[in-house]
Design a protein around this ligand. Structure first.
Ligand code: PMP
Length: 284
């Protein structure tokens, strides 16, 4: 695999980052994951805009223009012969001469790393046919979940808690309400209404969420942005998650209770189809 590190395209075995990198020492960095379908980037613009937002929120300079970033994404697709999969992008505050809590000055350049992950046939994931199960866990993350930082220890622990419980993923709960999944946004469906938590600093502003809600509204489906509880989700007609890597994925079980008929719901299936069709059309 050929990866990108600070201006160079190199075989992954030759790619290096300093041990003083603040991403490594302090999780002082942000990331994006963009899907690739048929060799084309899904919603690159959305990811570029959110990257800028994350960088701004942490007082980090943009390492390069959006066009330059797009060029690297495309180059990696070509060099790795990527058809379906993801491109991971990480920008950290770079590697100062020594470990220090204070941010380094402008002389320290950010570290920019991009790599591909091949996932042949990812749009036809078998899980989309069966749906996934989730457990609920308390949301004990920090207060700026809208910034896409590489601080992923708790989400990682959440996935392990799910695994230990025999489930596929976890939904996090704060003050009695679902915030989001460990690496995805959470939704329920009641009748014809799609319900998902509104945007705030409590959750990541999913790029897939924005697209799916837009497509839903364009298809005259009802969308309500509000909080919901695990109990309401268990009683809902359907549940699902969205993310750049899973698109729209039905959730059929929450804390051991079947949602609806315990099979992927009509709305989630339709949204998955619309999302894949429309985003393939707009891919660059
Ligand atoms: N919430 C969290 C906590 C996430 O990590 C992700 C995936 N990065 C999402 C939501 C979904 O965001 P997106 O649709 O942009 O992948």
């Amino acid at each position: 695999r050929i990866v990108y590190v600070n201006g160079d395209y190199v075989p992954e075995a030759d790619a290096t980052v300093s041990v003083f990198d603040r991403g490594f020492l302090m999780a002082d960095g942000v990331y994006e994951v963009t899907s690739v379908l048929g060799g084309k980037l899904i919603d690159f613009d959305g990811h570029a805009v959110r990257l800028k937002r994350s960088l701004d929120a942490l007082d980090m300079a943009e390492p390069m223009s959006k066009d330059a970033l797009l060029e690297i994404h495309r180059e990696l697709v070509i060099r790795n012969d990527l058809t379906d999969g993801m491109i991971y992008l990480q920008v950290t505050r770079g590697a100062p001469a020594d470990r220090d809590f204070a941010f380094p000055g402008p002389d320290v350049a950010p570290t920019v790393v991009l790599f591909t992950q091949s996932k042949p046939g990812m749009a036809e994931a078998p899980a989309a046919k069966t749906g996934i199960s989730v457990i609920s866990i308390p949301d004990i993350r920090w207060g700026r979940r809208d910034i896409k930082t590489v601080q992923l220890l708790y989400p990682s622990m959440g996935k392990m808690m799910a695994k230990a419980a025999g489930a596929d993923d976890a939904w996090m709960v704060e003050d009695g309400f679902v915030t989001e999944g460990t690496s995805n946004n959470a939704y329920i469906v009641k009748g014809d209404k799609i319900i998902t938590r509104g945007l705030s600093t409590d959750i990541l502003h999913g790029i897939t969420r924005a697209a799916v809600l837009r497509f839903a509204r364009e298809a005259q489906m009802q969308v309500e942005e509000r909080n919901f509880t695990i109990e309401e989700a268990q009683d809902a007609d359907e549940a699902f998650i969205t993310s750049a890597s899973t698109f729209v994925m039905p959730v059929v079980e929450i804390d051991g209770a079947a949602v609806g008929a315990g099979t992927p719901g009509r709305v989630a299936k339709r949204l998955r189809e619309i999302y894949l069709e429309e985003s393939r059309k707009a891919a660059v």
